[in-house]
Ligand binder design. Structure first.
Ligand SMILES: [Zn+2]
Length: 379
C-alpha cells in the first residue's frame, strides 16, 4: 500500500499514512464514542464521548506506530535499511530494504514488535487500575483499559505462527535455525499463513452469514489479505533463491543516458527521445549532478500546449522519491524497492555518482536466466 501523506520522521524512519487508515480510525473512534463508552460509563455528554473516542483512537495508532517503529529500529541495528513505516487499513507495515542475515536477527526483528505491544498493554492496564483506585475511574479509566486490552490482543494476534504476521517470521526463524534452510523455512511459514488466512475467511463468512455480524466480514477481509500476502512472500522467497549471488552490477545498464533538467519537454520529445532507446532518463542539473528521473508516463501528463514552456526538471520525479541502490547490493533486495512504484526503475549510485539504472524487466530477465542456469522450472 502506498503512503497517501507523510507524517514526518522518527529516529530517521519515515512515517507515512495510507488513506485507508481513516476507515479504521473512524470505525474505532465511532465504536468507542457511540457504544463502548456510553455502555460502560453512562451519563456523560455526547461531546465527552466523542472527545474520548477520538483521543483513544489517536493513542491506539500511536501504539501501533511504536510496534512498527520497534521493528524498524531493530532491523536497522541488524544492518537492514528501512524505507519507512506506513499505517493502513490492517495496521502498520515497516518496509525493510533487505532480509535478516541470520535466524537470530530475524527473531529479534520480528519479536520486538509484539514485545512492545505487550509492554504497552501492561502499562495501560496498570494505569487503568491506578485510575480506578483513585476516583472510580471515569471515562479515562475505561479508555485506558480498552487501550491495554487492544494492545495485548494485538500482540497475541501478531504472534500466531502464520506469515506475514510477526509469528510467521518467528516460525521461519525457528525452522531456519533448526534446518539451516532459509528458503524451505520461508515456504513453510507462507503455507501456514495461507492455512490461517483460509481459517479466518471461513470463520468470518460463517459469522457474517449466520449472525449478520459485520465483525465476521472484517475477519474475512483480514484473512483474504493474509492469504495473498503469504502467497506473495512464498513466491518472493523462491525469487530470492533464484537471484542469490546476483548483484545490481550484473543486471544494471551502466552509465545510463541522462537528460538535462533545463531542457524543455518539447525539445526532449523532438530531438532526444527518438535518438535514445530508453523510456526513463535520469535528469541532471547544470553541474551534472543527478536530481531526479523522468519517465514517458510523467511526460505524457504535460498538455501538448505546455510542452514548450515546461522543463524536464519540473516534471521529473525528485531524487528523494526514486528507488536507489549501490552496485554491490543483491538484486533480490532491489526487487521490493521497485514493486509498487509506477516508474519501475532504480538508480544506482557509487560514491555519490550515478553509475547505472535498473528496470523491473532487467530483474525479471535475470530471474529467467538464473532459472535456466540453475535448471529450475518457471514460476
Ligand atoms: Zn509486527
Amino acid at each position: 500500500m502506498e503512503e497517501t501523506f507523510r507524517l514526518g520522521r522518527i529516529g530517521g524512519v519515515r512515517i507515512g499514512v495510507n488513506w485507508s487508515v481513516l476507515v479504521i480510525f473512524a470505525l474505532i473512534a465511532f465504536g468507542l464514542a457511540a457504544e463502548r463508552f456510553p455502555a460502560s460509563y453512562p451519563g456523560r455528554s455526547t461531546a465527552a464521548y466523542v472527545a474520548a473516542g477520538l483521543a483513544t483512537a489517536v493513542v491506539f495508532f500511536l501504539s501501533l506506530l511504536a510496534h512498527e517503529l520497534a521493528h524498524a529500529l531493530v532491523a536497522r541495528r541488524n544492518g537492514i535499511a528501512v524505507e519507512g513505516i506506513t499505517l493502513w487499513l490492517f495496521g502498520g507495515v515497516a518496509r525493510l530494504q533487505g532480509e535478516a542475515s541470520s535466524p537470530g536477527a530475524e527473531l529479534r526483528i520480528a519479536g520486538v514488535g509484539p514485545l512492545v505491544s505487550v509492554v504497552l498493554g501492561a502499562v495501560f492496564l496498570g494505569l487503568a487500575a491506578a485510575l480506578g483506585a483513585f476516583d472510580g475511574g471515569g471515562l479515562a479509566a475505561v479508555a485506558v483499559a480498552w487501550l491495554g486490552g487492544i494492545n495485548i490482543a494485538l500482540a497475541v494476534f501478531n504472534v500466531i505462527p502464520a506469515a506475514p504476521l510477526d509469528g510467521g517470521r518467528l516460525l521461519r526463524a525457528a525452522l531456519w535455525r533448526i534446518t539451516g534452510n532459509r528458503l524451505q523455512s520461508t515456504v513453510r511459514a507462507a503455507q501456514a499463513g495461507r492455512v490461517f488466512g483460509w481459517l479466518l475467511v471461513t470463520f468470518g463468512l460463517i459469522t457474517f452469514l449466520g449472525r449478520g455480524a459485520f465483525g465476521g466480514l472484517w475477519l474475512g477481509l483480514i484473512g483474504w489479505f493474509l492469504i495473498s500476502a503469504a502467497t506473495m512472500e512464498g513466491q518472493q522467497a523462491v525469487v530470492r533463491e533464484r537471484l542469490a549471488g546476483v548483484s545490481v552490477r550484473n543486471v544494471m545498464t551502466a552509465e545510463p543516458e541522462t537528460a538535462p533538467g533545463s531542457m524543455s519537454v518539447a525539445t526532449f520529445l523532438e530531438d532526444y527521445l527518438m535518438n535514445h532507446r530508453h523510456s526513463a532518463f535520469p535528469v541532471t542539473d547544470d553541474g551534472g549532478g543527478t536530481v531526479g528521473l523522468v519517465t514517458l508516463n510523467r511526460i505524457r501528463q504535460v498538455p501538448v500546449a505546455e510542452r514548450h514552456r515546461t522543463l524536464l526538471g519540473e516534471v521529473a520525479l525528485p531524487l528523494s522519491d526514486v528507488a536507489q541502490a549501490s552496485p554491490d547490493d543483491p538484486v533480490a533486495d532491489v526487487l521490493p524497492r521497485l514493486s509498487g512504484r509506477p516508474e519501475g526503475r532504480c538508480l544506482v549510485f557509487s560514491g555519490g555518482a550515478l553509475v547505472g539504472i535498473v528496470s523491473l524487466s532487467d530483474v525479471t530477465r535475470a530471474i529467467e536466466r538464473m532459472a535456466l542456469i540453475r535448471g529450475a522450472g518457471r514460476i
